[in-house]
Design a protein around this ligand. Structure first.
Ligand code: ADE
Length: 439
């Protein structure tokens, strides 16, 4: 693999990437207002940031916002298939150290993580925790294949990681991994769980994913959704958004969920709720959004109707067992870049989209810019918060302070021309009283 200052598919794509980044900027006003403040105040002067994110036009807006604040940024992809090559080239043409090519191998993926660490970062930004866990494996002296790949490009792996004093995490799966690291006493620097901020999780997770997952399925297959039976596995923030949007498109939605409270919520929201064994036999389209492994596996494939389509919305490509699918198949055919047909021994045909990777980022463009405006404004402010509070923070997973959340929400509302109600002094005072009750 090429290395050095960047590794992208083709610099000739830069012009197109720059045009698409401008399109996203138009729809990300909060990020842009943070960028203007950053340009004046330069709160990140001299701060080196290694980021492992989906390389999209929205991510480019974040990167330029951080650079406006004075940061030096190295960027690698957080998924081998989600990179928008034109955007990667555009960033490289503007001097960003970007290491991302759509379709790279697992080895190249981890080498790219290694390349970003050559920056000797102070801060890591992650989506799924591959960068943060690689850093932790290096610093804890753990070795596995991914670490060997990442460290191949580092002359002093520990030295490359030793200046890091904080990190952020974008997604639920990543936060779950980092909380495990914290629980085992192995977390080496403070992490801001941007995913858990209300202004992220209440919008990006259900609304962004709800739209972009259906967008991915439609772009990959071109099928009509109305009238289809859609099985959604997982009724968390992401799954509930997908279920809601699929219903909006005229699908009959069936939810599969192991948590009693979430399953009850799905049932009371009017969805049919059952287990995967039953759902497998009736679904036309299956969408996984659980964060867990082998959610759809051999016993389910054996029950599915011929023609069933499967897509994954969870961070890793482990939710639909590709191993079981391959084992049961007598033939595997590529229908297109995005559709693989598995022919089972009894002649039934099952279709997997986007190789079981994040369908919204592989088959579509990820969440729309208006939603990423919220998530990435929080990311930019989280980096600033880490810089300003580095002496105070411990080796823990933190939430961003509520004021930052409120500020981002307020600015978004203002950009949408939405007026907020103001409380009277009497109302503010009333909310603070504890003596007043029934009158
Ligand atoms: N995650 C989901 N959608 C995204 C997007 N458009 N850009 C970066 N990360 C994302």
């Amino acid at each position: 693999m090429a290395g050095g200052d960047f590794w992208v598919r083709d610099l000739g794509l830069a012009e197109q990437g720059l045009r698409r980044i401008s399109w996203a900027e138009r729809l990300m006003p909060v990020c842009l207002s943070i960028r203007r403040r950053f340009l004046e105040e330069r709160p990140l002067e001299g701060v080196r940031v290694a980021a492992c994110l989906h390389v999209t036009k929205e991510t480019a807006v974040l990167v330029e916002t951080l650079r406006a604040g004075g940061a030096e940024v190295a960027l690698c992809a957080s998924n081998p298939l989600s990179t928008q090559d034109d955007v990667a080239s555009a960033l490289a043409s503007k001097g960003v150290r970007v290491y991302a090519v759509r379709g790279m191998s697992p080895q190249e993926y981890y080498e790219c993580i290694g390349w970003t660490l050559r920056l000797e970062p102070f801060i890591t930004i992650d989506d799924g925790a591959d960068l943060t866990s690689t850093v932790h494996k290096i610093l804890h002296g753990m070795r596995d294949e991914s670490v060997s790949w990442a460290t191949r490009v580092l002359s002093d792996p520990r030295g490359s990681c030793s200046s890091i004093y904080g990190g952020t995490e974008e997604t639920t799966t990543g936060v779950t991994r980092l909380r495990s690291l914290e629980a085992q006493g192995l977390l080496l620097y403070p992490i801001i769980a941007v995913n858990d901020s209300p202004t992220k999780r209440l919008f990006d997770n259900p609304i962004g994913t709800g739209q972009s997952v259906l967008d991915g399925i439609m772009r990959a297959t071109g099928i009509l959704l109305a009238g289809k039976r859609v099985v959604v596995a997982g009724y968390g923030q992401v799954g509930s958004g997908i279920a809601m949007r699929a219903r909006g498109m005229g699908c009959e939605v069936i939810v599969v969920e192991p948590s009693p409270v979430k399953a009850l919520m799905a049932a009371m929201n009017g969805f049919r709720v059952t287990d995967m064994n039953e759902a497998a036999a009736i679904g036309d389209i299956f969408i996984t959004a659980t964060g867990d492994i082998n959610v759809i596996r051999e016993e389910h494939f054996l029950k599915m109707r011929s023609g069933a389509i499967m897509a994954n919305a969870g961070h890793y490509d482990v939710e639909i067992s590709k191993r079981d699918l391959a084992k049961l198949s007598i033939r595997v055919e590529r229908i297109s870049d995005l559709i693989t047909k598995y022919v089972l021994s009894d002649g039934r045909e099952l279709y997997l989209l986007a190789d079981g990777r994040l369908v919204n980022l592989v088959a579509a463009e990820g969440h729309p810019p208006e939603v990423m405006d919220l998530s990435f404004s929080l990311q930019a402010l989280a980096v600033k918060y880490l810089v300003e509070n580095r002496e105070k923070l411990e080796r823990r997973v933190y939430l961003l302070p509520q004021e930052i959340d409120d500020m981002v929400a307020r600015e978004k509302l203002a950009s949408m021309g939405v007026k907020l109600e103001s409380l009277t002094e009497e109302q503010v005072k009333y909310l603070r009283e504890w003596q007043l009750g029934t009158t």
